[in-house]
Write a protein that binds this ligand. Structure first.
Ligand code: FAD
Length: 276
């Protein structure tokens, strides 16, 4: 086994809302559930992972928090998957994203088109892997974009390149920043943890229906942009991809600020860029 410890996600732990020490109550409930499943070691750590509220007062239970806890245990104490029968205890894959690095150096920097969530995360990962990406965004940086949107809402002209849909942060930047999805992919947690790292509140990690809020969302986007450039990436605002040419086995991104030769082109222009 690669890790000496394993993490288990323990679901449906019910804790009274008046509990004075919520963290101790969570630990006790988690331990009880583990014991029931035949695991008698106390968790090394046990932290709140998700929390919602159940106000249905079923069976005289009262209003309760329904929690998920992440418990860390010595690997030796974990029964095999076949023997772990409790479906509310799930071993967690701690490396949900495996990045395989190529062996041939890229001749030209990768180009990412669009600075919405898809493009931002693509550029961030490329920058973190030392690939110095070039991120193209047809609209403005967050602050200028916000000023343009406010001017438009006061009756000013629509800027077709920088508006509620287009500009740093992408289409949802002027939304409430709801972080709810029905997909159950381990990468969802990765996204939340990265948002937290770039300035979102801690509670997005455990709230059942987390949201960042418009003002903070803009700050998070700016912080991610700063990180990309600090790691050697380049962001070109007001730079729109207009065409793609293939020349001698290479790709040329044709933009309104000149041609850019690239070894890898990632398109993340969202669903509003009909022209693209
Ligand atoms: C009003 C509104 C509210 C929303 N609220 C939420 C919410 O609360 N929670 C939630 O999860 N989702 C929300 N969404 C949906 C969410 O915004 C999208 O799912 C998400 O933005 C898609 O991300 P994306 O990176 O694929 O594309 P986008 O966010 O659309 O980003 C694409 C980016 O590419 C740029 N671009 C486009 N064409 C080019 C080009 N040719 N050259 C250079 N740059 C280009 C655009 O300017 C844009 O910045 C909301 C959407 C809207 C419109």
């Amino acid at each position: 086994m690669k890790h000496e410890t394993v993490e288990l996600l323990i679901s449906d732990l019910r804790i009274g809302i008046d509990e004075k020490d919520e963290s101790a109550a969570l630990k006790a409930a988690a331990r009880k559930r583990l014991q029931k499943a035949g695991i008698h070691t106390a968790p090394l750590t046990c932290r709140l992972y998700k929390r919602s509220i159940d106000a249905r007062r079923r069976g005289g239970e009262g209003i309760v928090f329904v929690c998920q806890a992440m418990a860390e245990l010595p690997a030796l104490n974990l029964p095999s998957a076949q023997r772990l029968k409790d479906e509310k205890i799930t071993p967690v894959d701690r490396e949900p994203m495996v990045i395989t690095r190529g062996k041939t150096p890229l001749r030209h920097a990768p180009v990412v088109v669009g600075m919405g969530p898809a493009g931002l995360f693509a550029a961030l990962l490329l920058a973190e892997q030392g690939c110095s990406p070039i991120l193209l965004e047809r609209g403005d940086p967050v602050a200028e974009r916000a000023a343009r949107v406010e001017a438009f809402l006061r009756g000013g002209d629509l800027d077709p390149e920088s508006n509620v849909q287009f500009g740093a942060g992408g289409a949802g930047t002027f939304s409430d920043g709801k972080l709810v999805t029905r997909i159950h992919d381990p990468l969802c947690r990765y996204v939340l943890e990265r948002f937290r790292e770039f300035g979102a509140p801690e509670e997005i990690l455990w709230r059942a229906k987390p949201h960042i809020g418009t003002d903070l969302l803009r700050e998070v986007v700016s912080n991610m942009a700063d990180k990309i450039t600090a790691l050697g990436g380049t962001i070109r605002y007001r730079c729109r991809l207009d065409d793609i040419r293939c020349e001698a086995g290479e790709v040329v991104a044709v933009t309104n600020c000149g041609d850019i030769r690239t070894s890898a082109l990632i398109l993340a222009p969202g669903h509003s860029a009909r022209d693209t």
